[in-house]
Design a protein. Structure first.
Length: 276
């Protein structure tokens, strides 16, 4: 499988077990044109009319999030986005199962987000790891990310610190300002992982490509610097075994809006469907 990494220039090499070793795998040409085109058209239609910010109970949702500080997240359901659901069910889920194999004991859809990054110099999404923002135990997550158009470094492509998933859990911060959250006592990801010795790579992609990364892998996306170009990317997060709700102080509010759950209870709701 091709693992495409960009660092100044584009480098390509065949790497076995990239996801296990590096914490991220680049999969080329795995999403058919007709499917991605329908998802893009569906997004354009929903984005032009959606104003809802209320989270429905016990239903899986799609979050539309513009990468501008202070922008309100809008909430859609898969009733409004059946083409995205079809992509998740028929393309993404089989690939995730193939890559993770016996590591999966219970594959649940955790979160679906469509990011819109307009061309502004300050819309950087700082270094973070996904698991730090989810009050779950055990917290074994994997995320799929793919763009709706060609993404380059100048357009805010995803950037990863290879092998950083082996460093364990780190602290959570505001993704736009890197301000540490209240009650956060875990050590933060270094502001510049490359200076800390990590091999940092940027992934330039077409809409047919897909990334899978470990929820502990450090990643960030730079500003979209191309005037008149909007970078849209889709993130689909999965949990791979049975988990319980384990909120830290000041965290977990989003879960209790979506389902009725108490600390220690198993995350078992139609809001987080098991992918068969």
């Amino acid at each position: 499988m091709m693992f495409k990494m960009t660092k100044g220039t584009i480098m390509s090499k065949n790497i076995d077990h990239a996801l296990e070793e590096y914490g991220v795998e680049f999969i080329k040409n795995c999403i058919p044109d007709d499917i991605i085109n329908r998802v893009r058209e569906e997004y354009d239609r929903v984005d032009s009319t959606l104003n809802n910010s209320e989270i429905p109970k016990n239903k899986p949702i799609v979050v539309l999030w513009t990468h501008v500080k202070g922008a309100q997240k809008r909430i859609a359901t898969f009733d409004e986005m059946p083409e995205l659901w079809n992509l998740i069910e028929t393309v993404i889920t089989p690939i995730v199962k193939n890559r993770l194999g016996q590591r999966i004991t219970k594959l649940q859809l955790l979160e679906s987000i469509i990011f819109n990054k307009p061309a502004t110099k300050d819309n950087v999404l700082h270094w973070h790891q996904d698991v730090a923002y989810f009050p779950l135990k055990p917290n074994d997550q994997f995320a799929v990310w793919f763009p709706l158009e060609i993404v380059t470094k100048e357009r805010g492509a995803m950037t990863y610190a290879l092998k950083s998933h082996k460093e364990g859990m780190k602290g959570s911060t505001d993704l736009h300002t890197r301000t540490k959250f209240d009650n956060e006592d875990r050590p933060l990801i270094p502001e510049n992982p490359e200076e800390s010795g990590f091999d940092v790579r940027t992934m330039e992609m077409t809409p047919n490509d897909m990334l899978i990364h470990n929820g502990k892998t450090w990643h960030y996306s730079g500003a979209n610097q191309v005037e008149g170009y909007t970078r849209r990317g889709v993130s689909i997060r999965f949990i791979i075994n049975e988990v319980v709700f384990d909120p830290r102080p000041g965290q977990g509010a989003a879960f209790t809006k979506q389902i009725e759950i108490s600390p220690g209870q198993i995350l078992n709701s139609p809001a987080f469907p098991v992918m068969s």
